[in-house]
Design a binder for this molecule. Structure first.
Ligand code: DGL
Length: 259
């Protein structure tokens, strides 16, 4: 039975990459809500409406469980989706928090979209799991457009990252949670700015690792079907440059009630 995965756009492919490594035999159905991206500056109500439509779509396509790759949707919608859905729903937060606590003892930094950070979801989950833990959470909205432009390194990106991370450096964080689909692609710059003593938690890898512990490995290769709410345009080329040539079985435009 296929795994369903969704994100507001292309960023969730970081999660698909981690899931394919963890579950090589599984077919994956991926919805990229390219007509309505970004989610990171939208209200909780809107993100929930969009997420519900995608969960319905993936359930109808036969997904056996659904991974909410988008951290914004994980923070704003997963508790409500999990109650209403007929299949298990996995957000990014619980696994990210577990991985952050396993990574070290000191203060923890969290970076995410404006909506993710404003929701307080990561801050609350960390405080609950380790009372008294110092958490520095910063919204870093300029990082998604930088990644979308392919500016993964260079002076401008480093200066933006440096400015955002100032409070984290002052607080001497020991762990940084990359609470957004796009940020794993900025690991090099983030590492340069923070220094080697700060461990980074990639929420895509943390999520795949937490799911894998429930399932054994098989060898045969699963396929990847992609559904987009807008015209595919250059999407296929971008996916293949990220996941490898021939990695996509099919790509299809879909229409959801509000897209
Ligand atoms: N996918 C979103 C997330 O992980 C980032 C892009 C957006 O704002 O939609 O939070």
């Amino acid at each position: 039975m296929p795994l369903g995965v969704f994100d507001s756009g292309i960023g969730g492919l970081t999660v698909v990459r981690a899931l394919r490594a963890a579950f090589p035999a599984r077919d994956i159905l991926y919805v990229g809500d390219t007509a309505r991206v970004p989610y990171g500056n939208k209200s909780a109500e809107t993100v929930l409406t969009y997420s519900r439509e995608i969960v319905d779509f993936l359930e109808k396509k036969g997904a056996e469980r659904i991974v909410v790759a988008c951290n914004t949707a994980s923070a704003l919608a997963v508790p409500f989706l999990a109650k209403a859905a007929n299949v298990p729903i996995h957000g990014m937060i619980a696994s990210g928090v577990t991985a952050a606590l396993e990574a070290g003892e000191g203060p923890v930094g969290v970076i995410g979209t404006s909506a993710t950070i404003a929701s307080g979801a990561y801050q609350q989950a960390l405080a609950k799991a380790r009372p008294g833990l110092k958490v520095v959470a910063v919204a870093t909205p300029l990082l998604v457009p930088l990644v979308e432009e392919g500016w993964l390194e260079g002076e401008v990106t480093e200066r933006v990252v440096g400015r955002y991370l100032e409070p984290m450096i002052r607080a001497k964080i020991r762990v940084l949670v990359l609470a957004c689909t796009h940020y794993p692609l900025l690991k090099t710059v983030l590492g340069r700015v923070l220094g080697p003593e700060v461990k980074m938690v990639d929420s895509s890898e943390a999520c795949a690792a937490s799911l894998q512990s429930n399932e054994g490995q098989r060898i045969e290769k699963g396929g990847l079907k992609i559904f987009l709410t807008d015209e595919p345009g250059s999407f296929l080329g971008r996916v293949e440059s990220f996941l490898g040539k021939g990695s996509v079985g099919s790509i299809e435009r879909i229409h959801l009630p509000h897209s």
